[in-house]
Design a protein around this ligand. Structure first.
Ligand SMILES: *[C@@H]1O[C@H](CO)[C@@H](O)[C@H](O)[C@H]1NC(C)=O
Ligand SMILES: *[C@@H]1O[C@H](CO)[C@@H](O)[C@H](O)[C@H]1NC(C)=O
Ligand SMILES: *[C@@H]1O[C@H](CO)[C@@H](O)[C@H](O)[C@H]1NC(C)=O
Ligand SMILES: *[C@@H]1O[C@H](CO)[C@@H](O)[C@H](O)[C@H]1NC(C)=O
Ligand SMILES: *[C@@H]1O[C@H](CO)[C@@H](O)[C@H](O)[C@H]1NC(C)=O
Length: 409
């Protein structure tokens, strides 16, 4: 969580008082399919959702359901629903991301604070807490001047309606100053008959911020806070956990940003690091590894709000793909996470704060890149998506043409 983010995300705090907002559906439907794309094709920069003027979508997240349906959500500022509170709009695609429709808003049902930022969305593939496989779980940061809460919601009707399940973690009001006590940025993973909720935690007086998780068997009672990434150096603020599995390595990878005060490393203030572990509950003892890429023109380091996915394409070890906040390019590794073997590849979609990546389960040669606005709010305010062929990405091919619909944003 970056210091100035509160000012740009358009907090519930502000939305309550400052904004007079349009009601109605969450923006116009997707753009007409001018390029007549085939279902499950590749394409660049299609708009899923364009907020009304003054609105911004950031921090998109995606879940693929067992039947291949894609669900996408994002945090939206400058647009509020009932009670003038922010919520997470949910969009659905049945054709691999070519066409999208809005299906629901995930609203705060318990705090009166709204769902301010940092959504997470996930399909359960096992029974857990009385919920059947196919239940959609979602989380996010419900915040106000009175606190931050990472809450868990469930949908048993494919994200049409939502029910509150439990508070996972609670902290002080949003404040990125070290010494304040908020929680941020949940990430969901079911593992070994438990749900793991990873998040960023400023409540431990030993650390400006650390990454931790809590686990539950029943989705209602939560176990102790377990550290994932906590540095002895108080000023370090590791943030923004994303975790995925790398089958050929039989290891889990956790990516995070690692600012330390105002220091910079390879020219960036929020250098992206990763850790590898045999068990996704045991990252704390794993070695931190920075991503640094040597190019003909010197070193390049990704900066801030990383995301990570793995695809079996690209060789025996497949391809790890990482994104950051500062480049349209993505960072790839086909050498089993070897620290020396990262490469940078252009993906053709503008840089954005906390992009999401997705590898289609049934078409693992395809990479989806989802983005919204940049951190500073000078990028694309809409929620946009590209689908790339990973082989072509690795070969360095330029992605397909940009449909005209995206230019007007
Ligand atoms: C969904 O949220 C949008 C704001 O993002 C709001 O305009 C719309 O009224 C909401 N829809 C419903 C059905 O609550
Ligand atoms: C914050 O807490 C105060 C004191 O309990 C209460 O009066 C106020 O309504 C709360 N505001 C919100 C947004 O929860
Ligand atoms: C943010 O936290 C710092 C450290 O605890 C505190 O000094 C400051 O007053 C807080 N700011 C706000 C606006 O709450
Ligand atoms: C970062 O730099 C700003 C401006 O120089 C200063 O006010 C702040 O105390 C510094 N923060 C840290 C953690 O060093
Ligand atoms: C290195 O920088 C030059 C000048 O900006 C540019 O033309 C060239 O494409 C760059 N090479 C690589 C490998 O990035």
């Amino acid at each position: 969580m970056r210091p100035s983010l509160l000012s740009i995300i358009g907090l519930a705090l502000k939305a309550n008082v400052a904004l007079s907002l349009p009601q109605g559906p969450p923006g116009p439907p997707g753009p007409p399919d001018l390029d007549h794309l085939q279902p499950f094709s590749t394409f660049s920069n299609r708009a899923i959702y364009t907020p009304p003027k003054g609105g911004r979508a950031v921090y998109p997240r995606v879940a693929e359901l067992r039947d291949g349906t894609l669900l996408v959500t994002a945090s939206v500022s400058g647009v509020a629903g009932p009670g003038n509170l922010p919520s997470f709009p949910i969009f659905e695609s049945k054709d691999g991301g070519v066409n999208w429709k809005w299906i629901s808003n995930l609203t705060d049902q318990v705090n009166g604070w709204g769902m301010g930022a940092q959504p997470a969305i996930y399909e359960l593939r096992q029974s857990l807490g009385g919920f059947k496989p196919g239940t959609i779980l979602a989380s996010g940061n419900s915040w106000s001047n009175n606190g931050t809460r990472i809450d868990l919601y469930a949908s048993t009707d494919k994200a049409r309606t939502w029910q509150f399940v439990s508070h996972v973690a609670e902290g002080g009001r949003p404040n990125t100053t070290n010494g304040a006590t908020p929680v941020w940025e949940p990430f969901l993973l079911a593992y070994d008959d438990e749900l793991i909720v990873y998040y960023s935690d400023q409540r431990d007086p030993k650390h400006g911020q650390k990454l931790a998780h809590q686990r539950s068997h029943d989705l209602r009672t939560w176990g102790p806070v377990v550290n994932d990434v906590a540095y002895d150096e108080y000023l370090a603020r590791p943030g923004m956990t994303v975790v995925t599995y790398i089958p050929p390595l039989k290891k889990w990878i956790l990516v995070y940003e690692r600012p330390v005060g105002n220091s910079s490393s390879h020219g960036v203030n929020y250098p992206v690091h990763y850790r590898l572990a045999d068990d996704p509950r045991k990252f704390d003892s794993a070695e931190p590894i920075p991503i640094v890429i040597n190019t003909a023109n010197g070193t390049v380091a990704p900066n801030a709000s990383p995301y990570v996915v793995w695809s079996p394409e690209g060789g025996p070890k497949g391809t790890i793909v990482v994104s950051d906040a500062d480049r349209s390019a993505v960072y790839v590794n086909t050498a089993g996470a070897d620290q020396e073997k990262w490469e940078i590849k252009e993906c053709g979609q503008p840089e954005a704060y906390s992009r999401a990546l997705h590898v289609f389960e049934k078409r693992p040669e395809r990479l989806m890149v989802l983005g919204g606005d940049t951190f500073d709010g000078n990028g694309v305010g809409a929620l946009i998506v590209s689908v790339l062929d990973i082989k072509k990405l690795l070969e360095g091919d330029k992605p397909g043409p940009t449909p005209p619909s995206c230019k007007a944003i």
